[in-house]
Write a new protein. Sequence first.
Length: 141
Amino acid sequence: MIGKCLCEAVEYTIDGALGPVYNCHCSKCRRWHGAAFRTRASINKNQFTWIKGEANLSSYKSSDYVTKFFCKTCGSPLISTYDNKPDILGVPLGGIEGIEHVEVQAHIFVGSKASWYEIADLAPQYDAWPGSEEAVRETNQ
């Protein structure tokens, strides 16, 4: 899979399967993506490689543990890193080409979702973070 920003100054590859996929409805993700929610997957850091444009990255510490990286030219969201999970990256799926199939495992932070958006699928919904990805997997079994 290849991901890139809007201006194509930054590109990366992901090798292997995507981890759990969530639609995050928190207000920060909605503002970051300019959309009703952010569809994102977790991957292991060793699955990820910058192809070009790493010098074109800028970052923003969006919470105590999360840093968001984006293209400083076009502003496209690229990855999130987690201080409390240094081996995991969060990747927004909208900028990735070559995804064969994904299934949304859950909707998270539904307690702060856009009032004008109605969730229409049957994936589990959590008002906040459910505590762990394992908790979501258990709900889906």
